[in-house]
Structures are given as structure tokens and as C-alpha cells.
Design a binder for this molecule. Structure first.
Ligand code: NAP
Ligand code: G4F
Length: 343
């Protein structure tokens, strides 16, 4: 019987899938929250799923939602996890300008509902439940004089997403201080992979560049090419989440590579790997600009390095290359299907 039992919200997302893999490899029993959807939304975790009737199964999925306090509470009482990772969110910054209330209900109030349920279950069961909150570098806002950002940098969010995440961040800190909850916030800078959602800029670029390379499309429309981000590999970042919950004392940590690159540099590297020039294919579309932009995010992860012993293992060039290579295989499969008349 595993002694470590984790509950992950957002298990179907990029980070949720890597974290579930990590925890299963470490012998945990892992429970994931999934949302009802009219189409399949579990492709990132399908490789982990087994028929629950088989012996020795340690990965379970449950329907719930961050907006549904009763369902969250019921789930926590039933599972009685030792660790909870709150990765569920409306995670797209641009979309948060179109749906600010929805974003706040999930990212801000949803986190509060989960914290309340944890406080309650901890009291009833009489055993601590460790909590990880997915905070974001978007809470910094990134004014030019405040680069690199670290735990002590003032927070000035510039999007409904950032403001909602900041509320969740402070509520997590408050539950730690007010109720002694073992609650930690990972202030994670952008992290990517071949599992990244296709509307985030890195994956949008690698999907388009590889489709262009095989002749499936010709143009890529982007917004601000000069924005700079500190891009790391998602597989490394879920290690940091787990390490935070293994510490005796909870705390908040910046997780970043300490290096930043522009969207233009990302395009250059991705198209070059395919023998293409990005300026032959990339065009500007103002629809992808944001009402308020965060121009420059670059993190100082000294605390994570010294306390957690955490370090990123994938460089910027390696990250772009692995994403391009994975998407090239995908584009070739798409082409084959199209040529066979399946699309
Ligand atoms: P992602 O791929 O967009 O995944 C988000 C997850 O949240 C999905 O599983 C999604 O479910 C789930 N979700 C959405 N609304 C929900 C709701 N109402 N109730 C329960 N679950 C809900 O995001 P990610 O990149 O893995 O990021 C994980 C977390 O880290 C997010 O909180 C994000 O804001 C934060 N973060 C990400 C980064 C980054 O660079 N990736 C950086 C800093 C912080 P469906 O699959 O059903 O949509
Ligand atoms: O890839 P993005 O959409 O990521 P963004 O806004 O930095 O947010 C991501 O990282 C946050 C951590 O800092 C997370 F909290 C959040 O959940 C998410 O994972 O955009 C990156 C940059 C922006 O400056 C954007 O304006 O790329 C610029 N960009 C330029 N053209 C574009 C586009 N972004 C998108 N999504 N699409 C474009 O066409």
C-alpha cells in the first residue's frame, strides 16, 4: 500500500502529465482531477492510464472542477491525499482578457475553494496535507528595471490571468501563516515541451514551422516578436514542484533558467533547424497583441538552487530542437494521412 498519495488538479495539462509520471515513478498513488468534456481531453495521460480493475493500479481519475467546492471537498475526504498539487487553471494570458471573470473564478476563487477543503479535511483526519500552488512569473508583470525577478521582486500583474494568480498566491501564503498549512508556491517562469498547448507561442511556432517544412501550410501569424521570456523544459520544472513539498518548511520559490530570449529568437532557431528562414514565413497579426504586455521575464532561481538543489537540465537550444523534432514527426504523419485521403 503506497504511503504517499497525491491529488493533482490539471492532470490533463502539460505539467500535470509530467508530474503524474514523476510521482508514479516515485511509488506514489496518484489521483487526477479531470473535467467532463464532449471530446477526449486525456491524450497527455493516456499512456499512464490502466483499467482500474487490474491489480496494482496506482493512477486514478476523478471528475471534479475547481469551480465546484462540494465536489472538491468530497474528493479530498474520499482520497485523503498526503500531497495536493493545484495545477488546474485557465492558463492562457491572452484569453484572460476575453474571459476575465471566468479566469478569476477558476484561477483565484477555485484555489481558495481547494484551500478551504484542505483545511477542513486536515482538521477532520488529523494528518497534514501538503499543498503546492502553481504561481506564475506573470504576477511580476516584468517592469524593465526589475529584471531578473526573484522572490522579493514586487508583484505588478498586467493581465487578468496575472491578477487572479496573484490572489491565489497570497491566499496560499495566508493559509500557511494563518492555519499552519504546509503550503508552497512555485513561481514558475515559462516552461515548454512537445506536450505544450498549441496556442502558446513556442508550440504555435514549432507546429507551424514543421507544417511549413513539409508543405502543409505557408504562413505563420504572430503578435509581439520582441517580448522576451525565460523558457525552460516542463519536465525539469515538475521536479521543483515535488522538491518543494519534500522540505520540512513550506516556502515560495522562483523556478527559472536565468536566461531570456525573444519570440523572434525562438522563431529563428526553430525555422533554422528545418533549413528555413523565419522572415520568409512569419507575418504580423495585431489580433495576437495583448492590451497590456509583459515585455521581459527572466528569473533568478538562486533560492531553488540553494535550498532545493534544483537546476534546469535542458538549454534553450535543446528545448527548441526537441520541440521541432517532435512536431516534425507529427507534421509528417499529418502529410501521410492527407496524401492517403484521410484528411
Ligand atoms: P495547461 O496545459 O493549460 O493545463 C491546465 C490544466 O487545468 C488542464 O488540465 C485543464 O483541464 C485544467 N483546468 C482548466 N480549468 C479547470 C477547472 N475549472 N477545474 C479543474 N481543472 C481545470 O497548463 P500548464 O502549462 O500545464 O500549467 C499548469 C499550471 O501552471 C497552470 O496553473 C498554469 O497557470 C501554471 N503555470 C504554467 C506555466 C507554464 O509556462 N506552463 C508557468 C507558470 C505557471 P482541461 O485539459 O480539461 O482543459
Ligand atoms: O506563449 P505565451 O502565450 O505565454 P505567456 O503569456 O508568457 O504565458 C505563459 O507563461 C506564464 C508564465 O510566465 C504562465 F503563467 C502562463 O500560464 C503561460 O503558460 O506568450 C509568450 C509571449 C507573449 O509576450 C506574447 O505576447 O509571446 C508573445 N506572442 C507573440 N505572438 C504570442 C504570439 N503569444 C501567443 N500565445 N500567440 C502569438 O501569436
Amino acid at each position: 500500500m503506497p504511503t504517499n498519495r497525491a491529488l493533482i488538479t490539471g492532470v490533463t495539462g502539460q505539467d500535470g502529465s509530467y508530474l503524474a509520471e514523476l510521482l508514479l515513478a516515485r511509488g506514489y498513488e496518484v489521483h487526477g482531477v479531470i473535467r467532463r468534456s464532449s471530446s477526449f481531453n486525456t491524450d497527455r495521460i493516456d499512456h499512464l492510464y490502466r483499467d482500474p480493475h487490474e491489480p496494482g493500479v496506482r493512477f486514478f481519475l476523478h471528475y471534479a472542477d475547481l469551480t465546484d467546492a462540494a465536489a472538491l471537498s468530497r474528493l479530498l475526504h474520499r482520497i485523503q491525499p498526503t500531497e495536493v498539487y493545484n495545477l488546474g487553471a485557465q492558463s492562457h494570458v491572452r484569453v484572460s482578457f476575453d474571459q476575465p471573470v471566468f479566469t478569476a473564478e477558476i484561477n483565484a476563487v477555485g484555489t481558495l475553494k481547494l484551500l478551504e477543503a484542505i483545511r477542513d479535511v486536515q482538521d477532520r483526519v488529523g494528518r497534514p496535507v501538503r499543498f503546492y500552488q502553481a504561481s506564475s512569473s506573470e504576477i511580476f508583470g516584468g517592469t524593465p528595471q526589475e529584471v531578473p525577478q526573484r522572490e522579493t521582486t514586487p508583484f505588478r500583474p498586467r493581465s487578468p490571468y496575472g491578477a487572479a494568480k496573484l490572489y491565489a498566491h497570497w491566499m496560499t501564503v495566508n493559509y500557511r501563516e494563518a492555519y499552519g498549512l504546509h503550503a508552497s508556491c512555485g513561481i514558475l517562469f515559462n516552461h515548454e515541451s512537445e506536450r505544450r498547448g498549441e496556442t502558446f507561442v513556442t508550440r504555435k511556432i514549432t507546429r507551424a514551422a514543421t507544417r511549413i517544412a513539409v508543405g502543409l501550410q505557408h504562413k505563420l501569424f504572430l503578435g509581439n516578436l520582441e517580448a522576451r521570456r525565460d523558457w525552460g523544459f516542463a519536465g525539469d520544472y515538475v521536479q521543483a514542484m515535488w522538491l518543494m513539498l519534500q522540505q520540512e518548511r513550506p516556502d515560495d520559490y522562483v523556478v527559472a533558467t536565468g536566461e531570456s530570449h525573444s519570440v523572434r529568437e525562438f522563431c529563428d532557431r526553430a525555422f533554422s533547424r528545418l533549413g528555413l528562414k523565419y522572415h520568409d514565413h512569419v507575418e504580423h497579426d495585431p489580433r495576437y497583441l495583448r492590451p497590456t504586455e509583459v515585455e521581459h521575464l527572466m528569473g533568478d532561481a538562486t533560492r531553488a538552487r540553494t535550498v532545493l538543489g534544483w537546476r534546469p537540465s535542458v538549454t534553450f537550444d535543446e528545448l527548441v530542437d526537441r520541440m521541432v523534432d517532435a512536431d516534425l514527426a507529427l507534421a509528417r504523419r499529418e502529410l501521410t494521412l492527407q496524401q492517403a485521403g484521410h484528411k
